[in-house]
Write a protein that binds this ligand. Structure first.
Ligand code: NDP
Ligand code: 8X3
Length: 250
């Protein structure tokens, strides 16, 4: 039977690539993000392959999350796959120099946003005793690197919540998986460095970084295993990267 996927952060990078791959594999799509024009363009493009609806909301706005999810048309309101992908790093500063607005933005989107969206969707999965939640963590959720402090804390929280979901939803037959990428060449660094394109480019130069399509491929592999198979935790690096701080650059 045709599945329906709800993807947060579908306007860019990993979420956008996942939406494109899911569409080509005939998965019905609910695409979410704050940038409406990008959502509309994606809807137009991917509707050639599958049914697509879009929801514009900020994952960190609790009320907006509820309103958006409750507004889903009936053809889309049974969600089989939730991809909790929306998130970003804001800034790269020592704990003593960090900007509190940046800290709020990271905790609000990466942690609270993931919780708000999950809380709105999990009940229909527990009722059906079926569903798949994919949480996009990071190597920043497995290790801590200089100046990564609050972003790393937010992704450590995703790592913990992934395990917690897996435990609490076990009796409901719900699959839960986390994918933890190393460096992926997306708009991530542009957001981290507040639009500084030159600085963000240097993050991905001198080696072959992971591409958004590489992670989309892995997400698709994970969600298409037979139902009795749950790939719970995956760490994915570019070949040139051995840890957050060890990169074999030319
Ligand atoms: P991008 O910046 O390219 O994409 C981020 C996406 O998240 C956008 O679609 C953005 O949409 C959405 N988003 C961010 N904040 C919010 C918010 N408050 N409400 C709703 N949507 C939001 O980065 P990536 O694709 O790289 O990032 C995707 C995920 O992967 C993130 O969770 C990131 O932490 C994680 N990750 C990234 C890595 C990398 O090196 N790139 C490595 C490891 C993990 P919009 O602005 O339209 O709302
Ligand atoms: C993104 C990868 O190393 O910048 O989560 O934290 S890193």
């Amino acid at each position: 039977m045709k599945k329906t996927a709800f993807i947060t952060g579908a306007t860019s990078g990993i979420g956008k690539a996942t939406a494109a791959l899911f569409a080509k594999n005939n998965i019905r799509l609910i695409l979410c993000g704050r940038r409406k024009e990008r959502l509309e363009n994606l809807q137009e493009e991917l509707s050639k392959h599958t049914e697509v609806t879009i929801l514009q909301f900020d994952v960190s706005d609790r009320k907006a999350v509820e309103i958006a999810i409750n507004s889903l048309p009936s053809a889309f309101n049974q969600i089989d796959i939730l991809v909790n992908n929306a998130g970003n790093a804001h800034g790269l500063s020592s704990i003593q120099d960090g900007n509190i607005d940046d800290w709020d933005a990271m905790i609000d989107s990466n942690v609270k946003g993931l919780l708000y969206v999950s809380k709105a969707i999990i009940p229909q999965m527990t009722t059906r005793n079926s569903g798949f939640i994919v949480n996009i963590g990071s190597i920043a959720g497995k290790e801590v690197y200089p100046n990564g402090n609050v972003y790393c804390a937010s992704k450590h929280a995703v790592n913990a919540l992934n395990k917690a979901m897996r435990i609490d939803l076990n009796k409901h037959n719900i699959r839960v998986a986390a994918i933890h990428p190393g460096a992926v060449e997306t708009e991530f660094s542009e957001v981290r460095f507040k639009g500084d394109k030159e600085k963000s480019k240097t993050v991905y130069t001198g080696y072959k970084a992971l591409q958004a399509e590489d992670i989309a491929d892995i997400i698709h592999f994970v969600v298409t295993r037979p139902y009795h198979v749950n790939i719970e935790d995956l760490v994915v690096y570019p070949t040139a990267q051995a840890s957050a701080t060890i990169l074999n650059k030319n």
